[in-house]
Design a protein around this ligand. Structure first.
Ligand code: ATP
Ligand code: MG
Length: 567
């Protein structure tokens, strides 16, 4: 491509709402333009990057026997009513009526549609397993679209769905897809972790996320310093602490603690480690048609993990409560403890099961219990893992320590089980001729988010640094002075040679200052720029490596071979 003909509208200014490097640089380098909140146009450079990512996905999917399809973007709302997700997805689901007043949604994901496609068409175990996928535009009316391609409303997703006769076969396919996804991200040149994820409201048994490691990631993941373990904070678990602070030695008693309300005040008052205190987090838990106050108890040194709390109560939402609401049901804010179970439902963190030497609220103004032994609640209370892991906690799989890092979720693979096939009555006949619901897996990968993720991981203050597998053009030939005939000729010749060798090459033949063109090349992020300049008369040209910023002089007659070797 000749730069003089290319549609690459680079600018100095970033969009006013852009905070992330990928948003700033993809906009400034002329990859994308914004249409409205969360809606973007992909310009030629972005289209090329997207196509490369899609090609790699297609290749790896083909290798594992997955077949590509393309389902209608506009989806009958009826399918979403049958699965019950029309409520669960809420306002993210864009709904509209056609001229005959039929209700439709713009597909935010396609579980329902894919089940509907397979239903009554695959009828026997003999035709299983089956893995179908598509790469397609999705629409989610996100509450807070932001960060450019990272969280759009319209975005491109690769979504795959597998159908199985047995749970074992789903396990096998899940592992196969996980391996293929690893290959894709490795080929794209990304540093990533696969982590355990929350299975959430959809239910199902296993769920993993693919996280590209980047400081700007919206997700926090806990990773083990010793083994492969990694998990989203929403799903991370831990082993019991091995080093426990010195326990306060007291017998059970009620103690006056005037005005001692917070955990810090409590620990200070008794001169004990917050580990031995019990914190109450009161919330209003919202179900489909009702809500109730639930008291969550964790150790004073821990915090409540909202998603874990949501899962423990099987609620739709969890919201804050006021002191007045608590007082209305006879609770005393600041002094709520788990020993009286009658006023509200309790959920106690599993780390507190059978724990001893504790201090907790006595459910009475200005009183706490000391020397509390929670084993008395073992059989009556509800214990669940609801605490967020802390940095330094012990890995659930080995004795290593957990540390936190930030990640961008670029993929999510999920053992769905029979949730959708049951809801949509999609069945096959098993070996005994008995009708069974399909056992399913679902596998998503954010294609347009990956474009942003590459840049989040690979950029500097001057712009994008594309990896070899994702670069829109591998080589940029820069004719330093377009009026110099020899330079122009050498540039044109190399351009032709590289094109003939199927190298993706750009020829910067614009009548612009060298400095301007170089800045432009850095902003766009071509892996290699070949500068054909003053030294040509002495038989030399220069290679500029975008990632290392190294400039190497090469004999002009050797440049073609050198490029072929580099790429
Ligand atoms: P998130 O927690 O980031 O909202 P999600 O859990 O809603 O993601 P999935 O429903 O699992 O995402 O979708 C599969 C993949 O699609 C995600 O892993 C992500 O890469 C991509 N994706 C989801 N929502 C968006 C979005 N709004 N913009 C761009 N990509 C997205
Ligand atoms: Mg989402």
């Amino acid at each position: 491509m000749r730069r003089s003909r290319a549609f690459i509208p680079t600018t100095k200014e970033a969009p006013s709402d852009a905070t992330l490097p990928s948003h700033i640089f993809l906009s400034r380098a002329g990859f994308i333009t914004q249409v409205a909140a969360g809606l973007y146009n992909y310009l030629p450079l972005a289209k090329r990057v997207i196509e490369k990512i899609e090609n790699i996905i297609n290749e790896e999917m083909t290798k594992i026997g997955a077949q590509e399809v393309e389902l209608s973007f506009v989806t009958p709302a009826e399918l979403w009513q049958k699965s019950g997700r029309i409520e669960k997805f809420g306002k993210e689901l864009l709904r509209f009526h056609d001229r005959k007043n039929n209700l439709f949604v713009l597909g935010p994901t396609h579980e329902e549609m894919m089940v509907d496609v397979v239903r009554n068409r695959v009828t026997s175990y003999k035709n299983l397993p089956l893995n179908l996928y598509q790469i397609k535009t999705k629409f989610r009316d996100e509450a807070r679209p932001r960060f450019g391609l990272m969280r759009g409303r319209e975005f491109i997703m690769k979504d795959g769905y597998s159908f199985h006769a047995t749970a074992e076969d789903l396990d096998r396919e899940f592992d196969t897809v996980e391996t293929a996804y690893k290959k894709i991200l490795t080929r794209l040149g990304l540093d990533f972790r696969i982590v355990e994820a929350d299975s959430g409201a959809i239910g199902g048994s296993g769920s993993k996320e693919l996280m590209v490691l980047a400081d700007s990631g919206e997700d926090t993941i806990a990773v083990c310093s010793k083994c492969e373990y990694g998990a989203n904070l929403e799903a991370a678990s831990r082993s019991k602490r091995s080093e426990i602070p010195e326990a306060p030695e007291v017998t059970f008693n009620k103690f006056t603690t005037p005005d001692v309300k917070t955990i810090d005040e409590l620990a200070d008052f008794f001169k004990i480690d917050p580990y031995f205190t019990i914190k109450c987090v009161a919330k209003r838990v919202v179900y489909e048609d009702e809500s109730e106050i639930v008291l969550f108890f964790v150790r004073g040194c821990d915090t409540l993990q909202d998603v874990k709390a949501l899962n423990a109560t099987e609620a739709l939402d969890i919201v804050d409560v006021t002191e007045e609401e608590l007082q209305a049901i006879g609770l005393v804010p600041g002094f709520i403890g788990p020993l009286d179970q009658d006023k509200a439902k309790h959920v106690i963190d599993s780390d507190l099961k059978d724990a001893k030497d504790l201090v907790c609220g006595a459910n009475e103004l200005d009183y706490h219990y000391i020397g509390v032994d929670l084993s008395i609640l073992s059989d009556v209370a509800y214990f669940e893992d609801i605490a967020e892991v802390n940095e330094g906690d012990i890995c659930p799989n080995c004795e290593g320590e957990l540390t936190f890092s930030k990640g961008i979720e670029v993929g999510h693979i999920f053992k769905l089980g029979t949730t959708y096939s049951k809801a949509l009555k999609a069945e096959f006949l098993d070996e005994n001729g008995k009708a069974q619901p399909f056992i399913m897996g679902t596998y998503g990968m954010g294609v347009s988010r990956l474009v942003a993720a590459v840049i989040e991981q690979h950029h500097d203050e001057n712009g994008c640094i594309w990896t070899k597998a994702t670069a829109p053009y591998m080589v940029n030939i820069m004719i330093s002075n377009i009026k110099d005939e020899a330079q122009t000729q050498a540039g044109e010749q190399l351009y032709k040679q590289l094109q003939d060798a199927n190298v993706e090459v750009m020829l910067d033949d614009r009548k612009e200052r060298f400095g301007f063109k170089m800045k432009d090349a850095e902003l766009i992020g071509f892996p290699y720029t070949i500068v054909i300049g003053k030294e040509l008369v002495n038989g030399y040209v220069q290679i500029f490596d975008r990632a290392t910023k190294e400039k190497t002089d090469i004999k002009s007659e050797e440049i073609f071979d050198k490029i072929m070797e580099l790429i």
